[in-house]
Write a protein that binds this ligand. Structure first.
Ligand SMILES: *Cc1c(COP(=O)(O)O)cnc(C)c1O
Length: 426
């Protein structure tokens, strides 16, 4: 960490520049590692904010991008179509739970969710049904646009913008002792009759603190929404592409949502792209000779062909390589290594879902602004491990090429960090 004056004009995301050290430059990436300007190899234990799935610069994906560059740049998608987008749409529908029939492209997780909300509202609007409420889960996160912030947990992140955020109905997080309460709350809202959609992160609430709930509940959510004709939007922007142990988290509950949001790992993390999948029923509700029923949404880079080619290569990696085995191996390693933390009083809520392992440091102040957050980040940085705790929540979400040695180093650093925090507190 240097104390040199800040001269860069760049404004970084989620960054308090007054407190942040001058940023190190990354000069290259390789597998599970980032190489910094000093030539140090940093273990990317959080997949560069959850996007990198197979590892950095996977050769199959890189080759597909190079090849696509020979033929394409951006093409206006409201006028034309192209093979990468067509083939990818068919590929996504094949992988998704059966019942999803259409694919709408955009370019980030936030836009995938915005599109989903607009699809749900448009569905009821076009059917002249008065439904416009959105039900969300406590601690949820769906992005940083005004719409997705409205659907997410309110707090310090969006306090300044609350005057612009729309109202939603919130069901409690289904902690093990309150599962029924959550189901009852959902049923109560849905019964009210004006709920257009339940918007939910399946199995793991990521940015809200890696909070996990059982697949059985997701099945129950589906049952309740179906009963009341409420649409279910599964935000699998983070949970998708193997993170929870299966390609999609929804698969563990055997459910088909009405709308499915994908991004982050859709290109293996190589390029920005998002897809919002929906049922034929939702598409058909927008199908009309009446132009006012059109789905009015687009972004300039919709279905960027290079990004679509990267995503197609990602599908090929899933088809051709033992990705599931790698995921199971990581899940097994987490399971073994987490065992010792369960009996360590300095940690609580030791938990895991597939390739995601999380545990909370037992400290007085919790939450994102918890004092320990920045201390921990500095500590991990010094050990060349990229771990970004969410307050006192420490988690690992490695790319699938991570080795036993890498993970042992990460867990070693976590154990050491607990000792470091203990000392700092004295
Ligand atoms: C990251 C994330 C988003 C937002 O994705 P961006 O690409 O950052 O806009 C939305 N939903 C969930 C569940 C996420 O984890």
């Amino acid at each position: 960490m240097t104390g040199s004056p800040r001269t860069s004009p760049v404004w970084h995301p989620f960054c308090q520049h007054k407190l942040e050290p001058v940023f190190k430059q990354i000069v290259g990436t390789e597998g599970a590692h980032l190489i910094d300007e000093d030539g140090r190899s940093v273990l990317d234990a959080i997949s560069s904010w959850w996007v990198i799935t197979h590892g950095h610069r996977h050769p199959v994906i890189m080759a597909a991008i190079r090849l696509a560059l020979e033929r394409f740049d951006q093409i206006i998608f409201a006028e034309y179509t192209h093979e990468p987008a067509e083939e990818l749409a068919r590929g996504l529908i094949r992988l998704a739970p059966s019942g999803l029939a259409h694919v709408f492209y955009s370019d980030s997780g936030s836009t995938a969710v915005e599109v989903a909300i607009k699809m749900a509202l448009g569905f009821f609007h076009n059917r002249r049904a008065l439904r416009s409420r959105v039900v969300v889960m406590e601690h949820g996160y769906h992005g940083d646009t005004i719409g997705t912030m409205s659907a997410g947990e309110r707090g310090v992140f969006n306090a300044a913008y609350t005057p612009l955020l729309f109202d939603v109905d919130t069901i409690p997080f289904p902690a093990p002792d309150r599962e029924q309460q959550t189901l009852d709350a959902l049923e109560r809202f849905c019964r009210g009759g004006n709920v257009a959609a339940l918007l939910i992160e399946p199995l793991v609430l990521g940015a809200g603190g890696m909070k996990m709930y059982s697949p059985r509940l997701l099945t129950e959510f589906r049952r309740i929404t179906e009963r009341y004709g409420t649409l279910m939007i599964a935000d699998e922007v983070m949970t998708g592409w193997g993170r929870t142990g299966t390609l999609l988290a929804c698969a563990q509950s055997g459910i088909t949502p009405d709308i499915l949001c994908l991004s982050k790992g859709i290109t293996g993390g190589a390029l920005p792209l998002a897809a919002t999948l929906c049922t034929a029923e939702i598409f058909d509700a927008h199908l009309s000779e009446d132009r006012s029923r059109t789905f009015f949404h687009s972004s300039s880079y919709t279905a960027n062909p290079i990004a679509c080619a990267a995503a197609l290569a990602n599908l090929e990696v899933w088809r051709e390589e033992p990705v599931e085995e790698r995921i199971q191996a990581i899940a097994g390693m987490h399971h073994d290594r987490l065992a010792r933390f369960r009996s360590d009083r300095r940690f609580v809520n030791v938990r895991q879902q597939g390739t995601i392992a999380a545990l909370d440091l037992a400290v007085e102040t919790t939450g994102y602004l918890s004092e320990v957050g920045p201390l921990l980040r500095t500590f991990f940085r010094q050990r060349d491990v990229l771990i970004r705790p969410l307050g006192n929540v420490i988690y690992l979400m490695p790319p699938y090429c991570v080795t036993v040695g890498d993970l042992d180093r990460a867990y070693g650093a976590i154990e050491e960090a607990a000792g470091f925090i203990e000392k700092a507190a004295r």
